[in-house]
Design a protein around this ligand. Structure first.
Ligand code: HEM
Ligand code: HEM
Length: 187
């Protein structure tokens, strides 16, 4: 019987929890334009509050995930993946880590420059790492945050498309490695 050597339970939990939070984070971010004026204005406060708090949560989870990844190498890729494709898969994952890192750091800097210290969930004080700045530095950081957001959306779309391709067309174990064990019926 064939068995799939998968990611650790912690890696899977962090992957899926962060994927859900990032989807919500992007949905909130792209709602800013709609809640700033007009009939939805009453929801602006909650939409911003959620974006900031979920953003800091993603930041904390990302630090934990990078630490975990540092000490736990991912399982080797299935043998039907050639070296060129393996490099492509690994680079794609590094790019996703990099984009997540840029998003949380520029988001945090942007918040700190504009509003100072952050009160996580309204009660834990996370001190600002930079001082107040509403000049060019703010504009640069804000632009990087916005543009990297768009880049992240495109990269996630490609990542999901590749995961589906591996499962449906190539019929290899790539997707199963990241799913809960019971999804792998051969195990
Ligand atoms: C992976 C995590 C994050 C993603 C995907 C994300 C995504 C985005 C995107 C796409 C925008 C631009 C929205 C637009 O086009 O108007 C935005 C705006 C913003 N984000 Fe984030 N963000 C993340 C984390 C954070 C964090 C940690 C903070 C810090 C609290 C933060 C603070 C902000 C602020 C202050 C804005 C500008 C709001 C405004 O236009 O008034 N973000 N975010
Ligand atoms: C916000 C969305 C997502 C982000 C940021 C993201 C990010 C990542 C990263 C960084 C890895 C590499 C893990 C490592 O080796 O340390 C990974 C692996 C993986 N992701 Fe995602 N992911 C997202 C959503 C999804 C979705 C929706 C799917 C499924 C359709 C998916 C399927 C996979 C699979 C199958 C792997 C393992 C690939 C392998 O075995 O080498 N991801 N993801």
């Amino acid at each position: 019987m064939k068995s799939v050597q998968g990611y650790t339970a912690v890696a899977k939990l962090l992957h899926w929890a962060m994927a859900v939070l990032i989807f919500i984070e992007l949905f909130l971010a792209y709602s800013f334009g709609s809640v700033r004026h007009g009939v939805l204005e009453q929801y602006a406060g909650i939409v911003y509050w959620l974006h900031f708090n979920i953003g800091y949560t993603i930041l904390i989870l990302l630090v934990l995930r990078i630490l975990w990844r540092f000490f736990h190498k991912p399982p080797a890729l299935p043998s039907d993946i050639n070296q060129k494709e393996a490099r492509f898969v690994n680079s794609g994952h590094k790019i996703l880590y990099l984009l997540m890192f840029v998003m949380v750091t520029t988001g945090m800097l942007r918040y700190n420059m504009y509003l100072g210290d952050f009160k996580y969930l309204n009660f834990i004080n996370i001190p600002a790492v930079v001082g107040n700045n509403q000049g060019y530095a703010y504009i640069i950081v804000a632009t990087i945050h916005n543009m990297t957001g768009a880049l992240l959306v495109a990269t996630i779309a490609a990542h999901v498309a590749m995961a589906i391709r591996h499962h449906v067309i190539d019929k290899n174990d790539i997707l199963l490695r990241m799913l809960p064990k019971h999804c792998n019926k051969n195990k």
